[in-house]
Design a protein around this ligand. Structure first.
Ligand code: LLP
Length: 402
């Protein structure tokens, strides 16, 4: 049974906790995780939840409890992961463009590290030589992902060390006798085509023979989730099948066993999240009828930043006649969530819900216009718990020196 929260449940949360509010459904996260585990049951695989999607500590603890590992993109995410109770071997730190100090700190915390620049690889080698095994983040020169802003593996991307620089990589590795235990790539987000991962494996297999102590290949995250009605989700069963075929077709020298790692973010938490808002104003104009909600790109920036589609429903009048509305926010910018979208008839005060708000929703929110960030509520086993209170005026002043 797919885990979906009903309008009735969302309405009762809106009434109990107020709006705007992010609501997360724990069992949906577990459902997504089991899709991965079941599909890859015959592969030696590890999944690291890319926590940049959503870092509320309660979510991290829940994800730990269902058995996933965690991927972090900053030292603070590493510290949050430790705080949530992940042991260092379950934490992966995939850095990009950061100062060496941060890698050094991650090393002192004992977590797994992927290094993404020649200069940091060199510094790491100088300081630790063979003593601390690390992974290398490579740029595979593959164009993939839902749009250019979320494509990270193409030949103009800042991420990873370009695979075409393999000679330079090897020269640093040999100079310091580095212990390279893994090779990582991440080509982008919203990747529907599983062949992208196969292409990635092929790129890696060309260079794997150079690394004698390799233990894993990390294919990153990026699995697509359905945002629109009729949209598809990355076919994880097909992915598992193709990954195992790709490995079978490329027997590696010395028959080394390589574990496969993935770093899914969106796939685990996107559909578990809902943003519930309330309509402040209906404004009829000659161009469109606006419904302004008590939110904006300060709470959910994806529609404005990536042109992303989020399904929106009026949960106060679900059976009302459909009419066209442009759903906008209340901040002092053009924060259009949807233009001329058919939604059941809206009256001021109605609650509108935005779907797929779990990944990169709250996490990319801000206090723009000195508005408060929303609260967060977790529903687990049917029970709703507030896991972050809405900001208060004191929060806006908290770090200012008066
Ligand atoms: N691993 C690495 C190294 C990454 O950079 C990312 C995402 C992931 C894993 C997880 O990707 P996912 O499975 O969530 O697609 N804010 C954008 C997505 C940017 C993702 C950045 N890196 C969005 O809202 O669509």
């Amino acid at each position: 049974m797919p885990q979906v929260l009903s309008h009735k449940q969302l309405l009762s949360i809106a009434e109990e906790f107020g709006t705007p509010v992010y609501v997360y459904h724990a069992e949906k996260i577990a459902e997504q995780y089991s899709k991965l585990i079941n599909a890859f049951k015959n592969t030696d695989v590890k999944f690291f939840y890319a926590c940049k999607a959503l870092t509320n500590i309660n979510i991290l603890r829940y994800i730990k409890s269902i058995g996933a590992n965690i991927d972090c993109s900053s030292i603070n995410e590493v510290k949050l992961a430790l705080y949530a109770g992940f042991t260092p071997e379950r934490i992966l730190y995939t850095s990009n463009g950061i100062a060496f100090d941060e890698i050094d700190e991650a090393k002192s915390l004992g977590v797994n590290i992927n290094i993404d620049s020649l200069s940091n690889l060199e510094k790491f080698g100088e300081k630790y030589g063979h003593a601390y095994p690390v992974g290398i983040r490579l740029r595979p020169n593959i164009l993939a992902g839902g749009n250019l802003k979320i494509s990270t593996g193409h030949d103009k991307s800042k991420f990873g060390i370009p695979v075409d620089q393999i000679e330079q990589i090897l020269s640093v590795v040999h100079k310091y006798n580095l212990f390279i235990r893994g090779l990582q790539i991440h080509t982008g987000s919203d990747i529907d085509d599983v062949d992208v991962f196969v292409k990635g494996i092929e790129v890696l297999f060309d260079i794997i023979p150079h690394f004698k102590e390799l233990e894993f290949v990390d294919l990153g995250g990026g699995f697509k989730v359905p945002y629109k009605e009729g949209d598809t989700e990355t076919d994880i069963n097909a992915l598992a099948q193709k990954v195992s075929e790709a490995f079978a077709n490329h027997p590696n020298p010395g028959n080394r066993h390589l574990q496969v790692w993935f770093e899914p973010g969106k796939f685990l938490v996107s559909a578990s999240g809902y943003l519930v808002t309330q309509v402040n104003v209906i404004k009829k104009t000659s161009a469109t009828t606006f419904a302004s909600v008590n939110s904006g790109f300060n709470h959910l920036i994806r529609p404005m930043f990536y042109n992303s589609y989020h399904r929106i429903e009026n949960i106060s009048n679900e059976n009302g006649p459909e009419k066209k509305y442009s759903i906008v926010g209340n901040i002092c910018e053009t924060d259009t969530f949807a233009w001329d979208r058919k939604i059941s008839e809206i009256t001021e005060g109605d609650y509108l819900v935005f779907y797929n708000a779990g990944a990169y929703g709250f996490e990319m929110s801000s206090n723009f216009n000195s508005r408060f960030k929303p609260g967060e509520v977790l529903i687990k086993e049917g029970k709703a718990t507030l896991i972050r209170r809405r900001d208060s005026f004191e929060d806006l002043l908290q770090n200012q020196l008066l």
